[in-house]
Design a protein around this ligand. Structure first.
Ligand code: ATP
Ligand code: MG
Length: 434
């Protein structure tokens, strides 16, 4: 449609053709208004029944909500119209008529349940808030890419069909690969390390990860978007600094370019870019602080996972993003390096938002013998990982990296209650389509 004008650009004094959805029809008797919506906003189309051609009035007032139409007419100033202008139509063309019964109300006046919304996602995302979330998601990906490039990292894409898992066997989705067992990748971990060991040195990827999580929770998906970084000649401190800079870049991009979207979500006033550096607590300090908060029935001891209630209480106490460092080696995966002076302590770290974990990372074990020992210590078969470990025999530099859960970043930034709000077509225990 070459001659189409966006509703936001329709200025008084000319003839335009606008196209979009019928948002609302207000029939006041002698006069009726059709509110037309497109991606940039809304415009009022005025039908004066007595003065206009009968066919035109009939077409205009016979429109069903959410039908797609194109309207040609003069734009005039009208202070009482929502955007200060209105169109007096010369012609109305129906491009696609909508059923009169809609499964949900895209004006957002009537709330719908999340499953109904997800079943009708196209309609659902015609609501302002839905459009805002996905505009912001796009901005976050743009800002993050730019920040990675400034950090000299090259964008890569790794395979999603793999021979082994990395983060524990129970969360794997098996598939059949020409008669052999294969899996959907849980994380690009091993592949991004192999890429960092090449002359690329610093790499990043934003792509899907697949986790066969058994439970439906508000912060777990079965297919999520991971924002991954891996850098040669980086240690855990370097990796944490880069991680902070990427998270802050995402917030800055949204603060600079998404004012309208933040307003549509009702969070424009409280939106703030987190300040660097983020505080760092060792795992030991973390469990001491959680114990001191007195929210758990049993005191935490060294080696325990952090229960959600403990994480939430500590998050409220810290009140901002913070790192948990120096985790017990036994709770971190085999590829994480331990501290040289204390093998019970790993270089693994997590970045926490007050509400939940956002990132896991660490320095990686780059010494071949230690890597094999680590695999064996976790009951994994080094033979099965030979495709990965062989590169460590041909000059693997020290390296470190991390993974941000993309949807968790969006969810925490935008104060969403459920992670599914941040995904177009979420995959969970019940949901495989659309
Ligand atoms: P959690 O303990 O919260 O389930 P995890 O420690 O198992 O997360 P990692 O393997 O550390 O997850 O993955 C790195 C990041 O990817 C996490 O910090 C999180 O932000 C995100 N992530 C992991 N699993 C999921 C999931 N099932 N759904 C959404 N995001 C996820
Ligand atoms: Mg983790």
């Amino acid at each position: 449609m070459d001659d189409r004008t966006y509703t936001a650009d329709a200025a008084p004094g000319g003839t335009v053709t606008v196209a979009g959805w019928v948002h609302e029809i207000r029939d006041l008797g002698g006069i009726a208004f059709v509110i037309l919506r497109d991606t940039t906003g809304r415009i009022q189309v005025k039908f004066e029944k007595e003065e206009m051609d009968d066919d035109l009035v009939e077409t205009g007032l016979g429109l069903s909500r959410e039908s797609v139409v194109s309207v040609t007419g003069d734009v005039e100033e009208e202070p009482r119209a929502p955007t200060g202008v209105e169109i007096t139509p010369e012609s109305v063309e129906v491009l696609s008529a909508a059923d009169t019964e809609l499964p949900l109300d895209p004006t957002g006046k009537v709330d719908a349940e999340l499953p109904t919304r997800l079943d009708n996602r196209t309609l659902d995302l015609r609501r302002e808030a839905g459009q805002a979330i996905f505009s912001i998601r796009g901005e976050i990906l743009r800002a993050v890419r730019e920040a990675f490039r400034e950090a000299n990292a090259t964008e890569i894409n790794t395979s999603k069909i793999v021979a082994t898992g990395t983060e524990g066997g129970t969360e794997l989705f098996p598939i059949t690969y020409f008669g052999r067992e294969a899996f959907m990748n849980q994380s690009p971990q091993l592949f991004k390390q192999l890429a960092a060991g090449s002359n690329l040195e610093r790499v990043f990827e934003t792509g899907p990860i697949f986790r066969a999580e058994e439970h439906n929770t508000p912060r777990h998906l079965n297919e999520a978007t991971s924002i991954d970084f891996e850098g040669a000649f980086c240690d855990d401190d370097d990796a944490m600094e880069i991680c902070e800079s990427i998270v802050v870049a995402a917030y800055e991009g949204v603060a600079e370019n998404c004012a309208d979207e933040l307003e549509a979500l009702g969070i424009d006033e409280e939106f703030t870019v987190p300040e660097r550096p983020f505080p760092r607590l060792s795992y030991e300090e973390t469990i001491e602080r959680i114990n001191a908060l007195g929210v758990l029935d049993d005191q935490l001891v060294w080696g325990d996972d952090l229960p959600t209630e403990g994480e939430t209480a500590l998050g409220a106490d810290v009140g901002r993003h913070y790192f948990i460092t120096d985790w017990p080696a036994e709770v971190k995966p085999f590829y994480i390096m331990d501290h040289d002076d204390d093998e019970a302590l790993s270089t693994g770290f997590d970045l926490m938002h007050p509400r939940m974990e956002l990132v896991s990372g660490g320095q990686r074990e780059h010494r071949y013998e230690k890597l094999i020992e680590g695999l064996e210590a976790q009951g994994l078969d080094p033979e099965a990982f030979e495709y990965y470990t062989r590169a460590f025999r041909y000059g693997m530099p020290p390296h470190a990296g991390w993974a941000i859960g993309g949807e968790r970043l969006i969810m925490t930034m935008l104060e969403l209650d459920n992670i599914r709000e941040a995904v177009l077509f979420p995959r969970d225990r019940q949901r495989l389509s659309p």
